[in-house]
Write a protein that binds this ligand. Structure first.
Ligand code: MTE
Length: 355
């Protein structure tokens, strides 16, 4: 793993490691934490469901895992800071980890549908309400330090893909990924998939937790995060169409001859990857990559493209298209924002081809 910070633990797999499988092994799955990882035994874990509900609930781990029908779903998680390093080439993003394209991974999650738990609490009406999640890990990033929390609209919370997951790739959910139980909100930025979730509150407005109300907001390029209004900017929820070149990596040297360029493309919330174009001349001409099968409506799609490379320098570029006919924007410079979120510009790999 490429470790950005040890405390809190923040690490991403090298891009070539991510390219090995469309379901990421747990040991290679990126890890994004804002505070120390709490240790909660399943027998001690409780989930409180409260707020605008007909019946408040307190569920044990056994109740959550055995009183509801379990569901399995392959879904990609992606941090809003994925590919931030590309922004640093334009202007340094202060005080944020320089995530490359590995702050995203895909797992098979198993858990209870959040909709089933909300239904047991008598929640039915999606009209304008929000579902807030609370967790016990305390982050020093908030001032004063605050436990992690976030929220999603009730309409999304009632969608069948949103899980309270207790298994990842067929194993009990590891502590660092939120065990014993985390929320998985496919198609939304990873920040909404709250780990170690202990309370769910149905309320009439988004969570006022620092990580919803202030962090994960896209500020205008000329805003100063130190002086700007704390709630300013666009609060991120749905993930934007994105892709990355995993092999060969930017800056790599490869041998002349036949090489396979590989990468991922992810369409986000309710859209699908339709096409990935690859350029071997910096974006002047394009050919279509081969797409691997879509493992689930909520997962990325791996792609590959064979290329005959002659000695010298080559700039490989990719661009993904989704089912709404949208293509990734070309320029990272046009997307640059002070906290470095949502870089979904065309990925580029400048590669030296040796004899
Ligand atoms: N949940 C809690 N309780 N604390 C956190 O710091 N980080 C969030 C989210 N859930 C976080 C959290 C962010 S920003 C991301 S991208 C994902 O968890 C990362 O999940 P992972 O570490 O399993 O990859």
């Amino acid at each position: 793993m490429v470790v950005h910070e040890t405390t809190p633990f923040n690490a991403e797999p090298p891009l070539a490691v991510l390219a090995r499988a469309d379901i990421t092994p747990v040991s290679d799955f990126y890890s994004r934490n804002h505070g120390p990882v709490p240790k909660i035994e399943p027998r001690d874990w409780r989930l409180s469901v409260n707020g605008l509900v007909e019946r408040e609930l307190t569920l044990t781990y056994d109740e959550l895992t055995s009183h509801f029908t379990p569901h399995t779903l392959i879904a990609t998680l992606q941090c809003a800071g994925n590919r931030r390093a590309g922004f640093n080439e334009i202007e340094e993003i202060e005080g944020e980890d320089p995530w490359r394209g590995g702050a995203t991974s895909t797992a098979q999650w198993r858990g209870t549908r959040l909709a089933d738990v909300l239904s047991a609490a008598g929640v039915t009406d999606p009209g304008g309400l929000h579902v807030a999640f609370a967790a016990p890990d305390v982050s020093e990033l908030a001032s004063p330090p605050q436990e992690y929390g976030s929220s999603i609209p009730l309409s999304k919370a009632l969608s069948p893909e949103v899980l309270l997951a207790w298994e990842m790739n067929g194993e009990p959910l590891p502590e660092v990924h939120g065990g014993p139980v985390r929320v998985v909100v496919p198609g939304y930025i990873g920040a909404r998939s709250v780990k170690w979730v202990t309370a769910i509150t149905v309320q009439d407005k988004p969570s006022d937790n620092y990580f919803q109300a202030q962090a994960y907001h896209v500020l205008p390029a000329d805003a100063d995060p130190e002086t700007t209004e704390p709630s300013a900017g666009i609060s991120l929820s749905s993930i934007a169409l994105n892709s990355e070149i995993l092999v060969p990596e930017d800056g790599a040297s490869v041998s002349a001859g036949r090489q396979t360029v590989r990468g991922y493309a992810f369409a986000g919330d309710g859209r699908f990857i339709e096409r990935v174009d690859v350029s071997l001349d910096g974006g002047r001409s394009w050919r279509q990559a081969e797409l691997q099968a879509q493992r689930s409506p909520w997962s990325w799609r791996m792609w590959s493209c064979d290329a005959d490379l002659a000695p010298g320098g080559v700039e490989i570029v990719a661009r993904a298209w989704d089912s709404s006919g949208t293509m990734q924007p070309e320029s990272a410079a046009k997307l640059w924002n002070p906290k470095g979120y949502a870089n979904n510009s065309w990925p580029r790999a400048r590669v030296t081809v040796c004899e």
